[in-house]
Structure formats: C-alpha cells, structure tokens
Design a binder for this molecule. Structure first.
Ligand code: SF4
Ligand code: SF4
Length: 304
C-alpha cells in the first residue's frame, strides 16, 4: 500500500525499518520523541501554545519537557527496556529549530551514548536553511517539514505572524518568507541526501484545494512522502480555528484529497499524530512508563 513497498528501492532501503514510513515496520520497530524544544518562531492559527506543536503531534497534549541531558538518559533507558527502539525524533513541544542549542545538544549526546539510533526532527521550516550544515553534521536521517501552502495569500490566512531576524513580521510578507525558507530548506536537504517528508494540515475552505499544488511543489523538490493530516478542530484541543468555528475535514474529504494527490507521489496514510513525548510501537504509547522521575531512578548505564 502507499507509503511502503511502492517507494523507489533506494529510498525504501533507507526507510524500511522506520516505523513511521513503513506500515510493516511500525509493528516491529519502535520510535520515541523527546520534548526538548519549547519555543516556536511562528504562529499557526490552529495552534494553542499551551499544548504540543500541532504540526507533528496530537493536538491537546502537554508533553513533559526535558533538558538535553534528561533526554539522552531517557533514550538510553528506553532503548534498554524496548529493544526495538530504532528512531529518536525531536518534534516539539515547539519548533526544534527555534531551539537549536537544545536540539543539537540532544543529538550530540545521543550520537555518543546510542550511536545506532536514527535521528529525526520535525520543523515548520522557517529556520531550516541556516541549520542545514548542522543537521548534516549530526547525521540526521530524516526531516519532516510542515508545508501548508506555497501561495503567500493562502499562507496569510494560516499564519498571523512569524518571528524572523529579531522582528515580528505579519501578513502576506510573513507567509512569503516562510514559504521561501520551507521550499529552499527542502531542496537543500534533498541535495544532501537527507530524506524529507512533508506534512500538510488540511483546513477546509482555507487550503484544501490548494494542497494539490503543494503536493506538486514538494514532489518536484525531492520530498519522498507527503502526509496530509486533518485539522483536528475542537475547543478542548485549544485550536484557535476551533474556537472561531473552523471545522476540520470529514474522513471522506480527507480521502478525496489524498486520492487526488496519490498519482503525484507516495502518500502516507498511517501517521498517528503522536505526542511530542511518544514512546513505543506506533499503536501504543508507553510514555507514562518513562517520566523523568522514573528515569532518574532507573539504573541505566549512562555515562557522558
Ligand atoms: Fe504551534 Fe507548531 Fe505552529 Fe509553532 S509550528 S505555532 S508550535 S503548530
Ligand atoms: Fe511517526 Fe507520525 Fe507518530 Fe511522527 S507523528 S512518530 S511520523 S506516526
């Protein structure tokens, strides 16, 4: 099915053991996220900052924030308890690249203590171009960029502002800069052979028709998967659109859009929109077994 065996062979070789990219692997290999990145450099209309980043994570969840040292210890603790642990991702609770010192310190520690674990990160892409070399230096295996538009006029309805060059920038100009950085960052990563997945949040009446164009733009720049996720619009999730009466798509609308894009490239349909501190196989969440107080009490062979 889509997102697994129909990928080109060279890419399939790289992702077949990755629980998020292979529907087969997600029964056998585990992943974890560590929430080391609290700040964000943009505002998405559907995000409430009380909760984890709504681009890669399940809305309405507050993950336990860790320091890079706590995160590295947690990775070793989890890997010694769950031997199928193959992938470590940083996806929030804000934007990993808006917290570069914390994100890269975490990667540095983990590459020393658990060199076999694959690293990944998710970002809104604003700060991507300036961090490409560091991402390559830490051997980051794959990057997810959330791209909701390639037209700044559409973008202005999704992003009220960005924070860039020490300034808050609003409106169409903000969306233009964001889009330029996202697409340039995507090109720079794929040129270096770093796998890139694109996430898009489908927002009815705002970008639903436009996502077919986004699909073409990201495919032509080398993204290997496009993951279209529904806006989860519910006041209890704190989505701002939700509070304004913006609805999410129906299952049929989501499927129709995914089908419209299917001929264009591989679509990912089994993403679970995990928590920023998810632990375990994809269908399960063992994060409660690995809270900071429990990890700090665990006897793990951890020495940096
Ligand atoms: Fe929220 Fe993530 Fe958007 Fe930042 S990038 S505003 S954390 S959804
Ligand atoms: Fe994988 Fe999606 Fe969960 Fe990330 S949010 S770990 S891509 S299933």
């Amino acid at each position: 099915s889509a997102g697994s065996g129909d990928l080109p062979p060279d890419i399939w070789e790289k992702v077949k053991n990755h629980p998020c990219y292979s529907e087969e692997a997600h029964h056998h290999f585990a992943r974890m996220h560590v929430a080391v990145a609290p700040a964000c450099n943009i505002q998405c209309n559907y995000c409430n900052r009380k909760y984890d980043c709504a681009n890669e994570s399940r809305p309405g969840v507050v993950s336990e924030r860790l320091t890079p040292e706590q995160a590295a210890k947690k990775v070793v603790a989890v890997a010694s308890t769950i031997p199928q642990m193959t992938v470590l991702g940083i996806a929030g609770p804000g934007d990993p690249l808006a917290n570069p010192a914390k994100t890269f310190k975490t990667f540095e520690l983990i590459s020393k203590t658990a060199p076999d674990i694959k690293l990944c990160l998710s970002t809104n892409g604003l700060a991507l171009p300036e961090h490409i070399d560091t991402i390559a230096k830490y051997n980051v295996d794959h990057v997810t960029i959330t791209i909701n538009m390639v037209d700044p006029e559409v973008g202005a309805k999704i992003y009220p502002w960005i924070f860039y060059n020490h300034k808050r920038i609003e409106g169409v100009e903000a969306a233009r800069i964001l889009s330029e950085h996202q697409l340039r960052g995507l090109e720079m990563l794929t040129e270096r052979g770093i796998l890139c997945k694109v996430n898009s949040v489908m927002i009815p009446g705002i970008n639903d028709q436009h996502l077919v164009e986004v699909n073409k733009a990201v495919k032509s720049r080398g993204a290997f998967l496009h993951n279209i996720m529904p806006l989860i619009s519910a006041p209890e999730h704190g989505t701002v659109f939700g509070l304004n009466g913006q609805r999410g798509p129906s299952a049929q609308e989501l499927k129709a859009l995914q089908d419209a894009c299917e001929g264009e490239m591989n679509m990912m349909r089994h993403c679970r929109q995990c928590r920023a501190d998810a632990v375990g196989l994809l269908g399960e969440d063992r994060s409660a077994e690995f809270t900071t107080d429990k990890i700090m009490d665990m006897e793990v062979n951890y020495d940096i």
